[in-house]
Design a binder for this molecule. Structure first.
Ligand code: SF4
Length: 317
């Protein structure tokens, strides 16, 4: 086929969201037939939808392998954030995360990742996308890079890379590859400034050096002035002490960054407790006094298990 066909096909797929090759009417019949021999268009709609009292929606999608993954749409004023998944389950196994308790069941293809955007009923209102749902995106790097490329490419969905954030525990080697290949924003899950405790809380980070990660971020991410934030789930009596705040401030000192404190959401089968709001505020204020911008994330979609760390397997059948 002539080269310009690629652009025509991309326009049908990502601009007009067609559901069949027959709708690509500016392609000749023979080209549509040839295409049909090697490709198909599949964009499965969500099989289940739940709506929170605060307007957050959670959608369940069936994967090709018959598993269920979840995506959440979080409204906030004019903003509509899509939180999408990159894996079924996760092998990092963070002690406070329901997805981690599932362990890893499989990787999503780039198409399955993109479809959470493509087939979301609110697609055309989405202003921001975060890879913060189920899974550790860097453990499924090729599909994640491909999906992010298609979300941002002019011939793809054409979204601004400043509106897309990838959340990761930050294994240095795949992170370096990601930084080379992808220009979206980064949110690094820190959760404690102490390496040994981090390995305990996030078993999948064993074997990875926290200081190596910080060096990489300082050298690479800040070298190309990419926006990086740190995520920190607040666990009562575990990581919410003044010593944790001081060591966190020390770890990120000199970086233009923000530490985002996330209230923990307890779930059945987990005995961790959330830090009290006053403790979270003290932690935040202590970081600020040491020159670190710190915010507290509002909890959304709690009543439908769509809040941070709760996306998991509660589906009928
Ligand atoms: S918090 Fe993220 S990295 Fe940790 S187990 Fe859950 S999904 Fe995986």
């Amino acid at each position: 086929m002539p080269r310009y066909r690629a652009q025509q096909i991309a326009r049908w797929l990502y601009g007009k969201h067609v559901d069949s090759l027959e709708e690509m009417t500016n392609l000749s019949l023979s080209d549509r037939r040839r295409l049909g021999e090697v490709a198909e268009i599949r964009a499965p709609r969500p099989r289940e939808e739940r709506v929170s009292a605060d307007g957050t929606k959670k959608y369940a999608f069936l994967t090709d392998g018959g598993d269920v993954v979840e995506a959440a749409m979080i409204p906030d004023g004019e903003r509509r954030t899509l939180c999408l998944s990159s894996q079924v389950g996760c092998r990092v196994g963070c002690r406070f995360c329901a997805t981690g308790a599932m362990r890893l069941r499989g990787n999503l293809s780039a198409g399955e990742i993109l479809n959470q955007y493509r087939s979301m009923p609110e697609r055309d209102q989405i202003t921001n996308i975060v890879y913060m749902g189920m899974g550790e995106p860097l453990d499924n790097l090729p599909a994640v890079i491909e999906s992010a490329r298609l979300l941002t490419a002019e011939e793809g969905y054409g979204l601004s890379n400043r509106r897309i954030t990838l959340s990761t525990v930050g294994k240095p080697a795949p992170l370096a590859r990601f930084l080379e290949n992808c220009d979206v924003r980064l949110a690094v899950s820190l959760h404690t400034p102490f390496q040994e405790q981090r390995r305990e809380l996030m078993p999948g980070t064993r074997g990875y050096d926290l200081l190596e990660l910080m060096q990489l971020l300082r050298r690479r991410a800040y070298g190309d002035s990419r926006r990086v934030t740190f995520e920190y789930v607040m666990l009562k009596g575990v990581n919410d002490s003044p010593e944790h705040a001081d060591a966190t401030a020390e770890l990120v000192s000199g970086m233009r960054t923000r530490v985002n404190l996330i209230p923990f959401h307890p779930w059945d089968g987990n005995d961790m407790q959330p830090s009290l709001p006053a403790q979270i505020e003290q932690f935040r204020a202590r970081l600020e006094r040491r020159g670190v911008t710190a915010t507290v994330r509002a909890s959304r979609g709690l009543d439908i298990e769509a809040a941070c760390g709760l996306l998991a397997t509660k589906h009928p059948g």
